[in-house]
Design a protein around this ligand. Structure first.
Ligand SMILES: CC(=O)N[C@@H](CCC[C@H](N)C(=O)O)C(=O)O
Length: 370
């Protein structure tokens, strides 16, 4: 297959981003492509909107798994690409269109070439939320495979094309989503003293929240708390009776997470007292950290040595990935693939360099063969 075909596939997938567990068109597109491959040594199983593709190896003593996530984000794309997202308010702004294309590319090569090991390609839904890795891992469909090691990649807009980066140990943080509702007495804008103003309650919470990391977490333990959405009110002259904030918590140590949650709840108790209101907190999806096994990082480094791919030692990042759950159960690792975009992950203008697709296919296939 030529380079142009992979770019076409990536562009097709880029146009149909879907949210977690709603990846119906994406799954069908992947299944249609898989149907074009020789089926002789291949077994395809679906799980919800995900897919397992098993390719029998020539020797078949080991099974090596590669996981690609398939969901998009609730973002309105703001690029001027002629293959811009066709789904309103949805975008592949985290590179999962690349992840899927690279998986198809490596899978195609392996189906034709036949390698020593059995290969399992996992197309996983809902990485951005609510989390597909854990239920997939616990599924009967996944349990039928005896996986020796597993790996995955993530595009990195900050690194040049031709590079891959990883490290032993912690690569990505523990994460927890954060959703808080505030309810109190609303009323006329001209009579604030007769209301409790949930806009003020939510704003005060946001300001106090920023002290959690600065003053309640051990400075030697890294953490981030970010609110990415705040909603309150209807018109300019009504004091709202409800408000909602949505955010995320990130920690490099698992034990810091419950400490932060406790601090948040303490702040909320203070807000309830101060604004005579009720609050309700929901931690949504929680992801376990991505912790790489050094043996496989080393094996990957060796696999790409003497090729045009440059291996770079990575630093820890506060991004999250539910692939962490797979690495908690199975040995393996994750790596960054340089895609060189001036706009970063989760940005409406993200535009990764498509040359990186070939690099990704080569890197994944080399690791599959090693
Ligand atoms: C690589 C990446 O960007 N991953 C996401 C994972 C989302 C986790 C969850 N929905 C949360 O927001 O806590 C990230 O935002 O790091």
């Amino acid at each position: 297959m030529t380079k142009t075909n992979w770019i076409k596939i990536r562009r097709d997938l880029h146009q149909i981003p879907e949210l977690g567990f709603q990846e119906y068109k994406t799954q069908q597109y992947l299944l249609d492509y898989l149907n074009t491959l020789p089926q002789e040594h291949m077994a395809v199983t679906t799980w919800k909107t995900g897919i397992f593709v098993y390719v029998k190896g020539v020797v078949g003593e080991k099974t090596v798994a590669y996981r690609a996530d398939i969901d998009g984000l609730p973002i309105t794309e703001q690029t001027d690409l002629d293959f811009i997202s066709q789904h309103d308010g949805r975008m592949h702004a985290c590179g999962h269109d690349f992840h899927m294309t690279i998986a198809l590319g490596s899978l195609t090569q392996i189906v034709h070439e036949r390698i020593e090991h059995n290969a399992l390609f996992i197309f996983q839904p809902a990485e951005e939320g609510p989390g597909g890795a854990l239920p997939m891992l616990e599924s009967d469909e996944m349990k039928q495979y005896e996986i020796d090691y597993i790996f995955a990649l993530h595009v990195d807009p900050n690194r040049p094309v031709g590079t891959v980066a990883s490290k032993e140990g912690l690569l990505f943080a523990n994460t927890s989503e954060l959703f808080i509702d505030f309810h109190g007495k609303g009323g006329h804008a001209a009579y604030p003293h007769e209301t409790k103003d949930m806009m003020m309650a939510a704003s005060t919470f946001n300001v106090q929240l920023q002290q959690v990391v600065g003053r309640m977490v051990n400075p030697l333990e890294n953490a981030v708390v970010t609110l990415g959405k705040m909603e309150a009110g209807t018109v300019q002259n009504i004091i709202p009776e409800s408000a909602r904030v949505e955010g995320t918590i990130r920690t490099t140590k698992a034990k810091t997470m419950p400490q932060i949650k406790e601090s948040i709840e303490r702040i909320l108790r203070g807000i309830e007292e101060r604004y005579d209101c009720r609050t309700r907190v929901d931690y949504g999806a929680n992801y376990y950290m991505v912790y790489n096994n050094g043996i496989y990082v080393e094996q990957f480094k060796e696999a790409v040595t003497n090729s045009s791919i440059q291996f770079i030692e990575a630093e820890e990042a506060m991004t999250g990935e539910d692939f962490g759950y797979m690495l908690k159960e199975l040995p393996g690792f994750m790596f960054w693939l340089g895609v060189n975009s001036p706009h970063g992950l989760h940005n409406s203008k993200l535009n990764p360099k498509e040359d990186a697709i070939e690099v990704g296919i080569e890197a994944v296939t080399k690791m599959m063969r090693s």
